[in-house]
Design a protein around this ligand. Structure first.
Ligand SMILES: [Zn+2]
Ligand SMILES: [Zn+2]
Length: 143
């Protein structure tokens, strides 16, 4: 928790129990949860919290660069507490998103000239396909 308090302060975000709970929830899981999933989890700890507060908290954390929004499926935003460059494995059937450990060598490096002044803030690579569970024929139905 102390670590999270420092993280919020370093990003000039006022520390509140709600922000701590949302951030803690995101850092503990690797499944890139939706706002709804985070809400369900945080609510167990802070029963009075509203979905709207969770959603707004996520937006603040995103704006300040502590969290990134991953939305490869263009439906519901999913949130990622890991902001270093890494690779996402996205299952097109169950919409699972898993992280591969950082593999820097997989990322091309660009010279400032090649980037034409563009400032990179976040790098991710997405590999699309089917997770092991969804490759089994009996789980092959669209959900
Ligand atoms: Zn799957
Ligand atoms: Zn990720």
């Amino acid at each position: 928790m102390e670590n999270l308090v420092q993280k919020l302060r370093a990003h000039r975000i006022a520390v509140t129990p709600q922000r701590l709970a949302v951030l803690a929830s995101l850092e503990q899981r690797q499944d890139h949860p939706s706002a709804e999933k985070i809400y369900q989890e945080v609510r167990r700890q802070l029963p009075a919290i509203s979905f709207n507060t969770v959603y707004k908290t996520l937006e603040v954390l995103c704006q300040k660069g502590l969290v990134t929004k991953v939305n490869p499926l263009h439906k519901v935003a999913r949130y990622d507490g890991e902001t270093g460059r890494h690779i996402h494995l996205v299952c097109r059937r169950c919409h699972g998103i898993a992280d591969l450990p950082r593999q820097s060598e997989a990322f091309p490096s660009f010279t400032p000239e090649e980037l034409h002044g563009f400032r990179v803030e976040y790098q991710s690579l997405t590999l699309w396909g089917l997770c092991p569970r969804c490759q089994e024929p009996e789980n092959g139905k669209e959900r």
